[in-house]
Ligand binder design. Sequence first.
Ligand code: ADP
Length: 749
Amino acid sequence: MSVKRIGVLTSGGDAPGMNAALRAIVRTALNRNVEVYAICEGYQGMIDGGDRIRPMTWDSVGGILHRGGTVIGTARCDAFRTHEGRRLAAANLVERGIDSLIIIGGDGSLTGANIFRQEWAGLLGELAEMGKISREAAEQYAHLTIVGLVGSIDNDMHGTDMTIGTDTALHRITEAIDAISSTAASHQRTFLVKVMGRHCGYLALMSALATGADWVLIPESPPDLDNWKEKMVADLKAGRKAGRRDSIVIMAEGARDRHGNPIESAEVVKALEEGLGEEVRETVLGHVQRGGTPSAFDRNLGTLMGCDAVEAILSAPPDTEPQLVCLRGNRIVRAPLMECVQKSQAIGEAIKARDYERAMDLRGRSFKEAFRTLRTLLRSLPHEPAPGQRRLRLAVLNAGAPAPGMNTAVRAAVRIGLDKGHIMLGVANGFEGLANRQIKEMDWMSVNGWAPMGGAELGTSRRVPTGRDFYAIARNIEEYKIDGLLLIGGWTAYQGAYQLYCERENFPAFNIPMICLPASINNNLPGSELAIGADTALNNIVWAVDRIKQSAIAQRRCFVVEVMGRYCGYLALMSGLATGAERVYLHEEGVRLRDLQNDLDKLVTGFKHGKRLGLMIRNENCSTIYNSAFMSALFEEEGSDLFDVRQTILGHVQQGGDPSPFDRIQSTRLAARCIDFLIEKAQDEYPGSAFIGLEAGGIQLHDLEELPRLMDEEHQRPKKQWWLDLRPIARVLAQPGPEHQTESEVLLD
Ligand code: ADP
């Protein structure tokens, strides 16, 4: 039986990004000629019926991408836990011909949905028996198709790397902790910060990693000592002695000791005050964590999951098991819903049963790895080198333009290297510094406070070594006895590393392992789908475009916004997707005059029919002839009295600012792997060199020799770019809806 109508609801706790999912679901469905109904206030609306279940139009989801929470409301609903409640809900759905549901919620909401589906046939039988629906209707709607999306700031669902809302919550938490640390450092104070997470320590763990906190308490891995309070105090004291000016302890709501007793924040404060002999301030972040405008990541995650949910419904065979739309290794995939829910609940049970090892195992490899890395980074001093251990001398440098997250990566690399007993050297100003002996030993505290810092403290340069540089660099590698080199940066870093690699025959000093860590806001590096810095830049763009759009609320105006990226359209496309731009211009596609004519025609028709805002985003190099000024002038002239046009070139705002939580977390993870690589390869007589990155399967390494094969050197971008596949989604969702053929006052978004 073909699907006729989809119902969509948000249920349980709200999460930023739910609106993006709703918009994508509604527009994808309408684009596929499927009717879609919003069920307002979660399951309560399904039971109440009436106008709480309403047909959605293209424009009814306009102007909501940037809004936090959920515009269709959410609720907790006890009546849905009862059979009678679910029967009422079933009657309301059948009455409207809804036979497919997309539920955006947490594990509770999804469990409820599963029960509903299992009972569905029985409920329809009862309703027919009671004369509430006809026998034909019971037969016609015999199967209920269910697809779930996880909207939850806790990131507590098995099967998906991220849930909708988590990244935004991390933004709120890191903003707050960064702010707290600056005041704490001024007064040399200690703070306890409590974050959400009853059964899941993800937010606490990742925010600690991202902010450089000093101690963390999570439910899955309680402190393994009974006298943990003394240990915590001793660690903080040691940190102060080593030169830290602030001490920050982060605890998850559900923190517990190893006997399973909940840890109250008051007892942590008391222990800290008594032990440290100073006043300790507590900050409970509470609902701030849930609120506010969704991050670029959550908007795009919600959008991509929403689109896939509709496709999942349309392709589901009758009476199919409910599916969950998940993100795995930067790809949207589907998994059996109840298996994911049950595995997630098993973690809660393991915690309850005090089987913490199992709880950590169930959280997965990257969670465990992050926890291990955190425990290294928050030490006040590194471990002593093992007796007789060969101490390597590993150098770190930045190359290319500064990218937010570079400092976080250097901090992680230096501390992890030191903790493993090696000597860490910092090279100032990239290859230039390597040639000019700007090399110095880094100690534990030399990178203190670098986790949240934007820019590049070590300095960076765009110089790629050539000719004479090789000799100077080779001499310095020998003189400083460098055993391995970590290069953090953009195309300059990759090219430089490759040059040194190719010169190994002439300069034996270059026969050391080298590894490149992708850091460039342009996201134009091979072997990595996401480079460090790109997420921060994307959020900077989205922040600016949101404001630009608001500024035009009273006028009929079209903006042409130019974003960075060199020849790579990643920032343009992803910011277009996150802000609802109706047109994105990419160098990869080129710009033709007939495209501009076509876009202009659409603008004119739209504005004639009540549209008030146009948004076009262009990559800085999409066309040298049809540049920003040309496009704006063309639209302005041809738009005559219908609308005016403003061009905005966002410029270096995009490169600045503190790194986003995602960039901080990924740079730390990647740096940890890079140091492991250098240590391992330094033992080889002819060590290999590599570049690292995040790919569909997780963190991957590529042999440096592969660089020319993967790179389009002329345009300095990878030959294959995964995100180009998202273009049809951006195009469909931002096109004017059929309502724009009529007079409409709703913003196109
Ligand atoms: P979340 O979805 O965020 O985990 P809850 O656990 O509070 O939030 O669930 C939200 C709503 O989902 C509940 O108020 C209830 O209406 C419904 N629900 C949850 N669990 C069940 C269940 N076992 N059976 C039926 N409905 C449920």
